[in-house]
Design a protein around this ligand. Structure first.
Ligand code: CAA
Length: 254
């Protein structure tokens, strides 16, 4: 099951299927997709944290027992559901943070990589072991990992299926920081981001998501356009005025 808790403007989404190391079966992944859709459209949620229940796993991947019975069409549908879920984390108009509390393997690592920011507990283990099952990463692992860690590191990890510990994950750029308890770090940064202008965050995310693809000159033009247009917002006036008046800004999201 998927639990969603609110701590003011921060939503914490917990994937709870502990009997299977939080591996995602159809019901759990569908629920996760549906909860993320709702949070994407809900302006009162300014930041979304995703974590796994218990101490052992973030998500140990797609459910292998379920996958062992799939035919080609069913496997395509299964891949599409994972892609849609990753896409929501990557593109929803607010920051998403993965709090990796244990194993993040296969589809679990892929969902974490689809988030904007990743923190890991010191005992976390990450990797793409699909190759050991005779399959390939199917929820973004052949694409997003390279954007995060560089193509050479990504190829080594997906070709070998090697699992990395939290320190190595940080060294190769797979996670932003290692912290125990990891949810405290995610909460701290989530609360910080919830105090910023949601409009500025939404636009930065949209622009940053273009940084590694498309036409560089056109992307810079889009940044220039957006930078200018944002000066009509209340939040920009508030932020600039608060600095001049030597006070803390109060952003309203307009
Ligand atoms: N799918 C289904 N069940 C899983 C699972 C998975 N991905 N991962 C763990 N489980 C289940 C185990 O089968 C076991 O259930 P039973 O008690 O009913 O046998 C239970 O969770 C506990 O797991 P273990 O006994 O194996 O625990 P462990 O501590 O010895 O090992 C582990 C933990 C290293 C995570 C190990 O379970 C493991 O290697 N899991 C599979 C990881 C994996 O290969 N993930 C990639 C899946 S493919 C994928 O995700 C494709 C994609 O790109 C979308």
């Amino acid at each position: 099951m998927i639990r969603v808790e609110r701590e003011e403007a921060v939503a914490i989404v917990t994937i709870d299927r502990q009997e299977a190391m939080n591996a995602l079966d159809v019901a759990t992944l569908t629920q996760l997709r549906d909860r993320l859709r709702e949070l994407a459209d809900d302006d009162s949620a300014r930041v979304v944290i995703v974590t796994g229940a218990g101490e052992k796993a973030f998500v140990a991947g797609a459910d292998i027992k379920y996958m062992s019975g799939l035919d080609v069409d069913q496997a395509k549908e299964w891949g599409a559901l994972g892609h849609e879920t990753g896409r929501l984390l990557e593109t929803m108009p607010k920051p998403t943070i993965a709090a990796i509390n244990g194993f993040a393997l296969g589809g679990g690592c892929e969902l974490a990589v689809a988030c904007d920011i990743r923190y890991a507990a010191s005992g976390a283990r990450l990797g793409q072991p699909e190759v050991n099952l005779g399959i390939i990463p199917g929820w973004g692992g052949t694409q997003r990992l390279a954007r995060l860690c560089g193509l050479g590191v990504a190829k080594e990890l997906i070709f070998t299926g090697r699992i990395v510990d939290a320190d190595e994950a940080q060294r190769i750029g797979l996670v932003n920081a290692v912290h125990d308890p990891v949810l405290d770090k995610a909460r701290e940064i989530g609360t910080l981001l919830a105090s910023k202008s949601p409009i500025a965050l939404r636009l930065m995310k949209e622009l940053a998501n273009r940084a590694l693809g498309g036409d560089h000159a056109r992307n810079l033009e889009a940044e220039g356009e957006t930078f200018g247009a944002l000066f009509s917002s209340e939040d920009s006036k508030e932020g600039l005025a608060a600095f001049v008046e030597k006070r803390e800004p109060k952003f309203v999201g307009r």
